[in-house]
Design a protein around this ligand. Sequence first.
Ligand code: UT7
Length: 323
Amino acid sequence: MIRSVVRGNGAALPRRIMKNADFEGMVETSDEWIVQRTGIRQRHVAADDETTASLGEAAARAALDSAGLTPADIDLIVLATSTPNNTFPATAVEIQNRLGMHHGFAFDMQAVCSGFVYAVATADLYIRGGLAKRVLVIGSETFSRILDWSDRSTCVLFGDGAGAVVLEAAEGEGSIADRGVLAASLRSDGVHKDKLFVDGGPSTTGTVGHLRMEGREVFKHAVGMITDVIEATFAEAGITAQDLDWFVPHQANKRIIDASAKKLGIAEQKVVVTVDLHGNTSAASVPLALSVAVADGRIKKGDLVLLEAMGGGFTWGAVLLRW
Ligand code: UT7
């Protein structure tokens, strides 16, 4: 059977780093509060010349380099983002053009923080359905543009950045020993819309709007939703937490990550944590975490890796793959 195998990956971060202490003169907060409640120590913030498209392009180029491929080898670009350069056209198409790619097709995917997990699961279907041989899956965000910088309950939590993987069709035996995407489980429930949303949009206010979140409410649902969808993925693949080599969760809050891993019985040393470095970068968080753990030699070819995310909507999901 056809499997979607990761052939390369890459990342890009804005030049400017903003430390927790940099907020102390802007809103009533402290480095101590942010570290204790979230685990975040710093985040990258895009300059005017750094956009979702430019960061996504840089991450895509890095992923192509690591795969030993060029844009000519790609059939499809799926960009997960909630902060597109324009309402339309899709920023994926802009990235396609920036890469000098005038064949194939490209589209955006909007599932907020779950976007990259949704995009990998979607790209896998295009590959297994024979519609694409190689897919660039990108998560790129500039949440700094939609933050209310006077709201301490949200502005300290988010950061900008991009990550990408190249997925490639390869023959597998149909067993859990295959490399590539092995199982996926996606969920959403719009009843939770008002707990995490942007208070503007083309069809309602005609403005871009700002991010609003009832953090405590999101927190309350997060661990249960994350663990449910991961257990569904384990059941589909016929594995347990002990079989995993690496758990790469969405990086929103260290306390959510720790509680989820504990509930699932995933050992602490198997959990990739980058929320301290990047903050919550929404759809970029999982591929950015992957890039750190691949670059430092933790994630290696053949490792069993679990990706997970949960975000606005709510949306949530998990993907199991062998690197
Ligand atoms: O990526 C999508 C998913 N999003 C998430 O996963 C976010 C989920 N939520 C969270 O991570 C946490 O709920 C937060 C980090 C947002 C907040 O942590 P918390 O432990 O739930 O704190 P809280 O909202 O219960 O607030 C505790 C106190 C409040 O003061 P009072 O009402 O107790 O007097 C807040 O006003 O902390 C206050 N507070 C702050 N204090 C200093 C809120 N933000 C700040 C701040 N600095 N930046």
